[in-house]
Design a protein. Sequence first.
Length: 81
Amino acid sequence: MAPEATIDKNHWDDYSGGDGIGDTPYVILYTDYAKIMDYHPLMEPVPVIPKFPSWIILPLFIVATLVVIIVRNKLSKKGLE
């Protein structure tokens, strides 16, 4: 008997066996030596959420700090007048 592996809930371009979620498994590899299946294939690709770039944190922190300093200076000048 061939070892079995499962890859679950992926979109396959050449799969056409269902109505939103695949009704039949998608065969990735089926030989005498191995059996790899996706038992819940998706009919449409899942949208990818873009990763938030980590380099943006420092510039945002600098801008926020400058805004706080400017607002604090304006408020303190108004209090002195």
